[in-house]
Ligand binder design. Structure first.
Ligand SMILES: Cc1cc2nc3c(=O)[nH]c(=O)nc-3n(C[C@H](O)[C@H](O)[C@H](O)COP(=O)(O)O)c2cc1C
Length: 341
């Protein structure tokens, strides 16, 4: 019953500017996680509306070489479903980067107003722009004027726990010409330690007429159903759960049912894809980052994770998993919160 209801909620068409999606679940921007190899893994299972890239420095984008950059890299077949996320603090840099995004043929461009890492905020980028709404608006307007593809804006509640300020900000975003919003209802210094306040998503949705994607702590079908129905959001952006279970979009769309071998299969395929796209040092770094979220799915995920971290080189990771999968799998109902930060 719930399975059918979710499918119906997800599979309603949604128009964003001049493009229509047939699936309202999207993959969130995830730095060091949502790179070309991981996106190829997601594409194996499919059934998402859109994929978002890792955040990318706007200043660098106009000069990047896709054959050299570890971040600004993609497969041609994913361009149609890919929204590239930009991080920057100047309207001019952001507009120049957006032009390159459009030239490369991506679905759209996303403006990051949500990253609250101190080294980003100190440089006047990400969530720090929520402190200077007029500059944020100038950035959105400059990007809007530079491109005709959909312009997306991702932002958080702000630097104080005020839904009224977030609602005002959402209206500025719409008036500045954005086509869609992803809203993550946490205050900026909060690095996912407290639950997101979904009620604020409801407020944002009611305040604007462009599509609003809710984001934050959607981990199972029940969460997905609740976020859609309680907030009225137009779509949902999935972050960590999609890293943990790359088949999640397919599972909730009813085209894939994970069994025990799914957990094993995804690892061998992912190792293969990392080796295809990266050298062994870069591949290992990315695998280790990913493993935190993957291991959160298991009862003894902490031990598995520490064994992975102990490996000296990428090839040894295979052996760790061979040993791990020798024993019966003990899966968690909900991801282990200690690993899921
Ligand atoms: C490791 C990590 C990297 C992230 N990188 C980005 C990023 O590059 N850009 C961005 O807008 N948000 C980034 N986020 C935030 C996610 O997009 C998302 O808002 C957050 O994880 C909450 O959603 P979830 O509960 O579905 O994971 C990142 C989150 C994590 C855990």
């Amino acid at each position: 019953m719930l399975e059918t209801q979710i499918k119906q909620l997800i599979q309603r068409p949604l128009t964003i500017r001049n493009r229509t999606l047939n699936n309202r679940l999207i993959f969130a921007p995830m730095s060091r996680l949502g790179h070309v190899a991981f996106r190829e893994l997601l594409a194996d299972y499919g059934q998402y509306g859109l994929l978002f890239s890792e955040m990318s420095a706007a200043k660098a984008i106009p000069h990047e070489n896709r054959n050299v950059s570890p971040v600004f890299r993609w497969r041609d077949s994913e361009r149609d479903t890919l929204v590239w996320q930009l991080l920057g603090g100047s309207p001019e840099d952001m507009a120049n980067a957006a032009r390159r995004i459009e030239q490369e043929g991506f679905f759209g461009v996303d403006i990051n107003l949500s990253c609250s890492m101190s080294y980003i905020c100190r440089r006047g980028m990400g969530a720090s722009l929520l402190k200077t709404p007029s500059l944020a608006v100038d950035i959105i307007k400059a990007v809007r004027a530079a491109v005709d593809i959909p312009v997306w804006v991702k932002f958080r509640t702000g630097w104080s726990d005020s839904p009224d300020l977030a609602v005002d900000f959402a209206r500025y975003v719409e008036d500045a010409g954005a086509d869609a919003i992803t809203f993550h209802p946490r205050v900026a210094p909060d690095r996912r330690t407290r639950p997101p306040k979904w009620a604020y998503i409801t407020r944002i949705k009611q305040a604007v007429s462009i599509p609003v994607f809710g984001n934050g702590n959607v981990f199972d079908r029940n969460d997905c159903y609740r976020m859609f129905t309680e907030t009225g959001c137009d779509g949902i952006s999935l972050g960590r759960i999609a890293i943990s279970k790359p088949w999640i979009f397919a599972e909730w769309n009813g085209t894939f049912q994970p069994n025990e071998t799914a957990w094993r299969d995804v690892i061998s395929r992912y190792i293969f894809l990392l080796e295809k796209h990266y050298d062994s040092i870069q591949a290992r770094k990315r695998f280790i980052k990913f493993s935190k979220y993957y291991c959160a799915g298991f009862r003894f995920g902490n031990t598995l994770r520490s064994n992975i971290r102990k490996t000296g080189n990428f090839a040894d990771i295979h052996d760790v998993f061979d040993r791990f999968f020798d024993s019966p799998l003990l899966l968690n109902q909900r991801p282990n919160e200690n690993l899921f930060v």
